[in-house]
Structures are given as C-alpha cells and as structure tokens.
Design a protein around this ligand. Structure first.
Ligand SMILES: [Zn+2]
Ligand SMILES: [Zn+2]
Length: 203
C-alpha cells in the first residue's frame, strides 16, 4: 500500500520513480507491504519466463518465508538514494524520515534490504554522501546501520502527531506500528522482529 500523495513519475534520478504530489511531513507512513501486494513462491517463479522473473526480482522484496513480494499501488517503483527520505530500518513499513516537499522524489535506501543478497548497483543519486556503488553488503556496515537507526528513531515521535492516511490499515496488521503509536520512541522500543521482509501479516 502506498500513500495517496505519492505517484509514479518519470525523469527522476534513476528514471521512473515516485514523486510526492503534496508536502508530506516527517513521521508519515509512506508505504508498507500489505495483504494485497502480489507474491510469488519459488515454485511459481520457476514457471515464469526468465525476463519476467528478473523484473519481479528487481522490483520485489524477498520475504522471510521465501516468497517474493512486489509492493502494490506503484510502491515497487521507489528508487534508491544514499540520502533517502523514506526508511524502514527496524520497521515493517516505510517512514518519511524528513519532510518531503511537493514535487520531490520519494526514495529509500536499498542497502537496508537485508534479505536480498549478492547485488550491487551503480548509484546516481547525486547526494553529497553518495556511496557510488550500493550493495547488499551495505547492510553489514555498522556506521550505515547506526545512521538508519538514528534517522528512524528521530522521526518516530512525529508519527503520532502527523496525518496518517495509511494509519488505520497499517495498525490492523503491524504490531510495530501499534507500539509506535502507543509511545515507542526508538527503533529498539518499537522492534518486534517484524520488518519489511517479515511483515506482521505473515505471522
Ligand atoms: Zn500492498
Ligand atoms: Zn547514491
């Protein structure tokens, strides 16, 4: 599920991506893997033409149960940035970690996808802190993880006060989100073992 003011658009840092159509405040839930997101088991993927499977693999998240989930409503098009404005580290939803202006690209950090292994990507995000080569091994970098935890934790208190169009639906499936709304103010307080690859609806 994707925030209604975030839409697919072209001409972004890595071509097609997502753009905010209105200002979105830090602390707003931007997307989460939901029950309507299509999934494929390994057996189903083995029957797909190779190019189709490769495309799904590029767009999708490998879930802890081995299925591949492609985020619905266009959320699969979210591009990477080394200065991402949306992070999901320690959460089972993507959170705006800073204010996003109307017209700004909406991005996440692919390095935080710990279940998808063995990939590298040349980055053109243009951020001053750009890592140039982004890889699945970025997840193992303590400095990066510390940065993600800090950014997510800093945005969590705002989660309770900003407009949350996705809040009711997310609350129905995410224990992590319920903990945040109840007052968890750090990733460690909120963490429940759930993550983007192990969303609450799986358990
Ligand atoms: Zn969905
Ligand atoms: Zn970059």
């Amino acid at each position: 599920m994707l925030h209604g003011e975030v839409r697919p658009d072209g001409g972004l840092t890595h071509g097609l991506g997502l753009r905010a159509t209105a200002a979105i405040a830090a602390g707003t839930v931007i997307w989460f893997p939901c029950r309507n997101c299509p999934t494929w088991t390994m057996q189903e993927r083995a029957l797909l033409p190779r190019d189709v499977d490769a495309r799904l693999d590029m767009w999708g998240h490998l879930l802890a149960d081995g299925r591949l989930l492609v985020p619905c409503a266009g959320a699969h098009l979210m591009n990477h940035s080394c200065a991402a404005n949306v992070l999901d580290f320690g959460l089972d939803f993507g959170l705006a970690v800073r204010d996003i202006a109307a017209g700004e690209e909406v991005t996440c950090d692919y390095g935080a996808f710990f279940a998808d292994e063995g990939w590298t990507m040349r980055c053109h995000c243009g951020a001053t802190e750009c890592r140039s080569d982004v890889a699945s091994s970025d997840y193992d970098d303590p400095a990066l993880r510390k940065g993600w935890v800090g950014l997510v934790s800093a945005a969590l208190p705002a989660t309770r006060v900003v407009d949350q169009p996705l809040g009711p639906l997310l609350a129905s499936q995410s224990e992590v989100y319920r903990r945040v709304v109840a007052g968890a103010s750090t990733v460690d307080d909120a963490a429940n073992g759930d993550s983007i690859v192990q969303p609450g609806f799986l358990t």
